[in-house]
Design a protein around this ligand. Sequence first.
Ligand code: GTP
Ligand code: MG
Length: 448
Amino acid sequence: MSRAPWIRARGEAPIPTQLIDNRKPVDKAVLVGAPQKDVPIALADEHLAELARLTDTAGGQIVGTVRQRLDHPQPRYYVGEGKAEEIRDVVAATGADLVVFDEDLSPAQGKNLEDLVGVRVLDRSELILDIFATRARSREARMQVELAQLEYMLPRLKRMWTHLSRIRGGIGLRGPGETQLETDRRMIGERIADLKEKLQAVTRAREVQRRGRAGQFRASLVGYTNAGKSSLLRALSGDAEIFVEDRLFATLDSATRSVDLGDGYAALITDTVGFIRKLPHHLVASFRSTLEEAREAELLLHVVDASFPNWQEQFEVVEDVLTQLKLDDRPQVLVFNKVDRLTHAEEEALRDRVRAFEPRPAVFVSALDPASLVALRETLKARIRRGLPRVHIQLPSGDGELLAWIYREGEVLEREDKGAVIDVTARIPDRLLASLRQRQGIRVVDVA
Ligand SMILES: Nc1nc2c(ncn2[C@@H]2O[C@H](COP(=O)(O)OP(=O)(O)OP(=O)(O)O)[C@@H](O)[C@H]2O)c(=O)[nH]1
Ligand SMILES: [Mg+2]
């Protein structure tokens, strides 16, 4: 798919919206990290490493890195004046055609920096939007990304125009007149309204589809990008077609599969787009409808890459985004994935820590090791059972086979052995219940 989809889709807007120039084989990028002084150095390094991965995903090659630790951002260039000049010099020395900031820049800071360094300046949000724009596949995801990009762009139109006049040589060109800017603003406004309407229609269609699936237990995989959500759905469902990649944002469209949990239980599990630090809020907003699937889920499976040294930060980012999406009150199971990469001692230490600090249920798995998924399947089954109707069953004590069946497929809450009979209070799946009701010598009473 092309970048900046609205240009080609409409063919009429002469707006310079290509964030990374994809006519050239590779964009040479200089990365800039300017964290506040209270951010520990190791963490700042990790953020920059993640920015490097994002740049790589977007097709850029890193040719330089500039850092500064700030008390607070400066209004003109975000970084200090001297540091901004250093960026300009590094760009000149390396022949870079792009500067990528890890911090969010205001429209004015972006413009001032571009004027100074003479090449395109992106911030993290723009880079993420660019990746989404190139990787979105379904019509819905593409509309969502386009909407997010347009909303991001609107306050920055002037800067983008200035940039265009410069790359075109710009002799005697002082940027477009206000009239042209106004025309563009209006056109973008109209397109935004149009996209919102179309996305609402998709959401409505999805609702209808969902109603048809009512009654089935639903769970959603959520988590930081690259945590292994798609790998887990692949392993659980056995569907080898599910796309897995060692890249950020491999999945942009949600996919739902029916997963057989054994003993007659099944769940519909949805794989969703991954989250990341500083996910542009326009994007979070426009991905709401994709995440509607998660909203429908009775249970969220929060997948954590346990092999990542600083998984806690990723964990907190995910919790934050879930709060923004008003999904934070949904029951969760924490799924610590990639434990195959931990030593036995590391895994034990992780388990102890999680047990000590985390009230939510947690499982420790590896998507690459099917045997490790047993605990996850059991947890899902237990959740399903908790939603089942409660009944009293009286059965002959001699019927050990039936009792074993009830234990296996249901959840026994109470049991009283009364000589010739056994009284059991249990949650029982429909299929077993139907068969119990038909048997001779068994009494079944519903409990409210
Ligand atoms: N060693 C190991 N690697 C894993 C495991 N699970 C996933 N991976 C790898 O981690 C990378 C990312 O996996 P995905 O399943 O695509 O991750 P995701 O959470 O769906 O990522 P996004 O779709 O980008 O949000 C791939 O290279 C997987 O092979 C695991 O349990 N152990
Ligand atoms: Mg995925």
